[in-house]
Write a protein that binds this ligand. Structure first.
Ligand SMILES: [Zn+2]
Length: 83
């Protein structure tokens, strides 16, 4: 151990480096995708058995994409583009 190692030790002990190290270790979260408690829990939509899209509302019991649960025919609007 020489003066160089001591210099490195002093550098590592600075608050900035400590924060970066914690961020790398995952102890400091860079928030961006909401809180986990809100994301978890009940799902509002499930896979529709008619159109196969993930648009069937479980509480409303109807599919927002094809209208399953509301109408017998496929939901179709003139203003709705094919894609
Ligand atoms: Zn559907």
């Amino acid at each position: 151990m020489g003066p160089a190692a001591e210099a490195v030790g002093t550098f590592i002990n600075t608050p900035l480096v400590a924060r970066l190290a914690r961020a790398l270790l995952g102890q400091v979260t860079l928030m961006g995708t909401g809180t986990p408690s809100k994301r978890g829990g009940r799902r509002t939509h499930m896979r529709c058995r008619r159109c196969g899209r993930h648009s069937y509302h479980m509480q409303k019991k109807r599919c927002s994409a094809c209208g399953y649960g509301v109408m017998a025919k496929l939901k179709n609007y003139a203003w709705a583009k094919a894609h």
